[in-house]
Design a protein around this ligand. Sequence first.
Ligand code: BES
Ligand code: ZN
Length: 634
Amino acid sequence: MTKPVTKCASLALLAIALGCRAHEDVPVAPAPSPVLSVDPHSFANLAEVRVRHLELDLEVDFETRRLTGQATLTLAPHTASRLVLDTRDLEIDAIVLDGVTEASFSLGPPQPLLGQALEIELDSTTRVVGISYRTSPRAEALQWLTPEQTAGGAAPFLFSQSQAILARTWVPCQDSPAVRMTYEATIRVPQGLMALMSATNPIRAAPDGIHSFSMPQPIPSYLLALAVGDLEFRSLGPRSGVYAEPSIVDDAAWEFADTETMIETAEGLYGPYRWERYDMLVLPPSFPFGGMENPRLTFVTPTILAGDRSLVALVAHELAHSWSGNLVTNATWNDFWLNEGFTSYIENRLMEEIYGVEYAHMLTSLGLGELRQTMRELGPGSPDSHLVLDLAGRDPDEGMTDVAYEKGANFLRVLEAAVGRERFDRFLKAYFDTFSFQSIDTDTFLVHAREHLLDEHPELEDQIWLEEWLYGSGIPASLIEVHPVAFDRVEDAVYSWATGTAAADLDTGGWTTHHWLHFLRTMPSEIDDKRMAELDAAFAFTESGNAEILSTWLLLSITHRYAPARPALERFLLSVGRRKFLQPLYEALADSNDRAWAHEVYARSRPGYHPLTVSTIDPILDWVDKGTERRPPA
Ligand code: BES
Ligand code: ZN
């Protein structure tokens, strides 16, 4: 077990750094070395100065694939002599202090993940830092889509993905989840296109292409978000709605009809929704995630439009981040489970309240299956199977596994069972009140839980294996497993089929997406071609319009070498960019004797994938980037 990084340890390092750099002719508190900042993924000198407000004025140019303009940062009162910001691939033209004085600044040496520290000289009276800059066409947070990559086929599209440390590729900022700021923005786009942000949003495109935004609640930089495209709005309720390309917006509105109920249910459990509106934006299929909880405007993949509302747990998940993550935020990416574990727990509670306990248990059970798979892949004793991670010097992406989500949620279910649901609900609601609009680490959570939840029964700590959950590897023995009756039926069907019953004779009446996923995931490990064909003939998996079911089936088709699914696999790889689906498919292809085929398809699909997806798939296929794939169109 590796020792968890504690707040005290990082503060001790900071104190040493402060001491070492003391110099007699520096009148104010000297600066710590940026690499010893409290956040291992930020260069920012957070101990000395904090950004409180951001004002963006950016022009979106689809020809050059650049954002050009100004970021004006307002600082909290400070005594610092310099401001260190995070940047990556940004071109800085000029920096002006308090609207008048040209500042001296320098960019540090580029580091592969962290980018470059932008060091700006200040004096202690400086309040406003205006930075003129432009982004690179390679900015990793931004995906620029050609019209052909959209549903409408007529207009280009742009969207950002800032989490975890990519905000710095489009905005010079203190790119740490420990810092919160309010923001305003003016975004200039070609006429006819609409711009949207994680802020107050328009409901139609501005005729002159100039869109104004304001985010009055303070947010961390990873929640800065922008999208531009040919978009329409549909209202879902008094404070919710959906944006999407015109050809899919009505389908999206139908799929998300339960959104208002979800908001009300979450408020009933965890207190008021503090972001005024909850809208969603359905992105083109290259969006690398299922969803992203950008405040006021969740971004979602179009692959959740299953046509039967069966994948809306994802909406509940992103909505739940309005409490866990956006309101109470992980202080560094080592504490990612505080965002995702709490959110997965709440997601499941919302599903239970709205669709019933059996439905929620099916999701819990599927999630646990995924966690066990991840644990097998990580191997016994892996530090990456701890809830509290040590990601210093690594890409935070590497810590973003099912461990944070599913081990985190299961830990909270164990706590809930130990103290009783009513008590736990009261505790969580108060937790969100106590730490609202703050960033906290696991120690802070633990101290709070010991004081407000486990105070009357300290012996519970040992019973639930508290420290084991947080700092140990694998899944502790106090795990509570659920056994949905629905899945007994599915397992009976799998057994019947494996022992000779024809697929067409299985009793699958009334099965939902979750039954089918469990069915496909519990298939025997050896299935010959004839039996794959039999399944396909009975249940038409290859034709499935449900991306979860289809991708699971396509994975089986690779491991069982079922050739008739090849055209569907090729279409899927060429049209969907969601990393969760693509990663296992390419991994299976790389392990099969179909590497050559995978390379050939990847050569065609790669230019359409998001940079984040590309960074994940390249190493799987040992792909050598020839530097031609992301050039702007001629
Ligand atoms: N915040 C995450 C997405 C994310 C995590 C982006 C880490 C970048 C780095 C989002 O809330 C999420 O968890 N999305 C999941 C969906 C969910 C239902 C588990 C996804 O995209 O699959
Ligand atoms: Zn999440």
